[in-house]
Design a protein around this ligand. Structure first.
Ligand code: ACO
Length: 428
């Protein structure tokens, strides 16, 4: 029987190095090169980690070739819109879906943990009006670590659980506060009578004192169930995505023994970039820039031009070289919402024309560039009257559970080490 190893030969010396091949439950096998430097005195070179598995994980599985995404074994299509986002949080954190009673208890606990210390609310006063909510959200989450510093003992299972649930519960409150700060309206408190997602919409829209008036537009609209359901599904579709850039950042910072909420704040920073979660904001800017269906060919040509830095935002993905299954779910949601809400049809028409033109074009086909989650989420969030600068904070709300679950897995991994890659030095 063939040995479950791989032999690397240094052709300069003829020296051979043998490494074990590890197999996961699914996905490509992995060559265990942990002792490579000790054995050979050489490093491996993989900028951007395109061929590197940085950890072992039991949380999320992606098959990029076959457009598959699973949380704890469940296909994303079985979860989004079929189970509440909070049940999905429970699934990610506990490894199984809750039963009815557990689901109710968890929901209640999250509602009651949604309040933040008064001191944290005052932090927002220090920021200028119109500060981007991603900046103030990241800063406030960093500051949250100062409120829970003394009591953190990760050896204590209850405290460990509480630390995870607390951040999931508070993140929509902090995001809504970041938004209210950015438009200069007074802060309000969470409403425990409302479910997680409805409460977030309420905190985005309500007048001080919690009054809701159906005046149309702006922060004062009534909340419709169809909006809550759509946003809930969006949170689920963003909940985790294995070792993406922001999760890798959370794990790297966590590996230095930094505070968990400081690690989450670093994930927020990483997510903000336009190559990652910031793309949803850029998609909307781009659709508005294109402006009309007749302009689509010009912009497709720009995206294909190697001498033009213009990229089609919301297209392409490091892992999905076929369709992004999250985008597929969102497209279904978009079509449904188009019927139920009055979507901006001109923007939708431009989006549809961009999608159609790119999918038919060899440049995009040859490179496996398909619409990703950010392409559709922007249009849907616009339909939900979410302002563009809140698109990435909404991604943060959905992803926080993934980050904290990945952080916890790192903490429970006896083989985990401080993240410390090496380099190929070519300087003086
Ligand atoms: N528009 C035009 N061309 C593109 C695009 C795009 N959106 N994305 C990739 N390409 C081209 C590149 O120019 C390159 O072409 P080449 O082979 O001729 O040089 C080829 O496709 C491969 O691109 P890479 O950048 O090497 O692919 P990588 O896997 O490293 O990047 C990424 C993936 C960053 C997502 C990229 O596709 C991109 O910038 N997309 C636009 C931003 C975006 O939508 N980001 C959100 C990603 S999803 C998320 O984070 C939630």
């Amino acid at each position: 029987m063939a040995k479950n190893t791989m032999t690397l030969t240094d052709n300069r010396t003829g020296k051979e190095f043998e490494y074990n091949i590890m197999s996961g439950t699914r996905g490509p096998d992995v060559v265990d090169i942990r002792s490579f430097y000790k054995d050979s005195g050489m490093f491996t070179y993989d900028p951007g980690y395109t061929s590197t598995a940085s950890c072992e994980s039991k949380i999320t599985f992606i098959d990029g070739e076959n457009s598959e995404l699973r949380y704890r074994g469940y296909d994303i299509a079985e979860l989004a819109g079929k189970h509440s986002y909070l049940d999905v949080c429970y699934l990610l954190m506990r490894g199984r879906l809750p039963n009815k009673e557990e689901s109710k208890d968890f929901d209640l606990e999250i509602r009651h943990r949604s309040f933040v210390h008064e001191g944290l609310i005052r932090i927002f006063d220090a920021f200028p009006d119109h500060a981007h909510p991603m900046a103030t959200l990241g800063a406030a989450v960093m500051a949250l670590s100062t409120f829970y510093k003394e009591h953190l003992n990760l050896e204590d299972e209850d405290q460990f659980k509480e630390m995870r649930r607390r951040i999931v519960a508070k993140i929509p409150t902090i995001a809504a506060m970041a938004y209210r700060n950015s438009i200069g309206v007074p802060q309000i408190y969470p409403d425990v009578d409302r479910y997680f997602t409805e409460n977030f919409l309420y905190m985005m829209r309500a007048y001080p004192g919690g009054k809701m008036k159906n005046l149309g537009g702006g922060i004062n609209d009534e909340i419709r169930q169809v909006e809550v359901d759509a946003l809930d599904a969006i949170f689920t579709l963003h909940a985790d995505h294995e070792q993406n850039a922001s999760t890798t950042t959370v794990r790297a910072v966590g590996s230095t023994e930094a505070h968990p909420y400081v690690s989450i704040a670093s994930g927020i920073a990483a997510l903000w970039g336009s190559a990652h979660g910031g793309a949803n904001e850029k998609v909307m800017d781009q659709l508005k820039l294109i402006g009309d269906v007749k302009n689509v060919p010009t912009y497709i040509a720009k995206a294909k031009d190697r001498n033009d830095p213009f990229r089609l935002m919301g297209f392409g993905h490091r892992v999905y070289k076929n369709r992004d299954p999250r985008a597929e779910s969102l497209k279904g949601l978009q079509d449904q919402l188009r019927k139920e809400l009055n979507l901006d049809s001109k923007l939708l028409d431009v989006a549809a024309a961009v999608e159609e033109a790119a999918l038919a074009d060899d440049y995009f086909k040859d490179r496996g560039l398909y619409p990703n989650i950010d392409f559709y989420s922007g249009v849907i969030l616009t339909a939900l009257k979410i302002p563009v600068e809140m698109f990435t904070p909404i991604f943060v709300i959905g992803r926080t559970v993934g980050w904290i679950t990945q952080w916890s897995e790192l903490k429970q991994d006896p083989t985990a080490k401080i993240a410390r890659p090496r380099q190929l030095y070519t300087g003086k």
